[in-house]
Design a protein around this ligand. Structure first.
Ligand code: DQA
Length: 147
């Protein structure tokens, strides 16, 4: 049975009220519920976490080694700045999907740069909250293809 970690970075705890015109009105708790339902339907186990702190996200990636088969990471703004998160993903050697609710490539130029992408197996962005369940299926497909 595959085990996936869904990790959310800074400000994503505010989903639902944070810039709803960009991120929608779905809360992170709603997204977690949808992911847990989806995981159950796919027969996999799932952990879901959020932190506003770069170091805590790095610790979670390190701790995932040996426990999780795949990571789905919405690193929020750290996507565009964090060499340390990129290094953590390379170090953990766990397939990681970069995820964003918004289409970062249609937004400000500073959001076009991603350190996470350099270490990720793929990227999903622009599908809103539905991107999370899309990412679960994408990761399962990726893991199956490797098996
Ligand atoms: C985001 C996109 C990032 O650029 C932004 O800093 C976020 C959210 C998204 O899910 O669309 O915090 O990761």
């Amino acid at each position: 049975m595959a085990a996936l970690l869904i990790l959310n970075g800074p400000n994503l705890n505010l989903l639902g009220t944070r810039q709803p015109e960009v991120y929608g009105t779905t809360t992170l708790a709603d997204i977690e519920r949808a992911c847990r339902d989806h995981a159950q339907s796919r027969g996999i186990t799932l952990d879901f976490a959020q932190s506003n702190h770069e170091g805590a996200l790095i610790d979670a990636i390190h701790a995932a080694r040996g426990t999780f088969d795949g990571i789905i990471l919405n690193a929020g703004a750290y996507t565009h700045t964090s060499v340390a998160l990129m290094d953590a993903i390379f170090s953990a050697e766990i397939p990681t999907i970069e995820l964003h609710l918004s289409n970062v490539h249609a937004r400000e130029p500073f959001r076009h740069q991603s350190y996470i992408a350099k270490a990720a197996v793929g990227i999903i962005c622009g599908f809103g909250a539905r991107g999370y369940t899309l990412a679960i299926d994408a990761m399962l497909g990726h893991l199956e293809a490797r098996a």
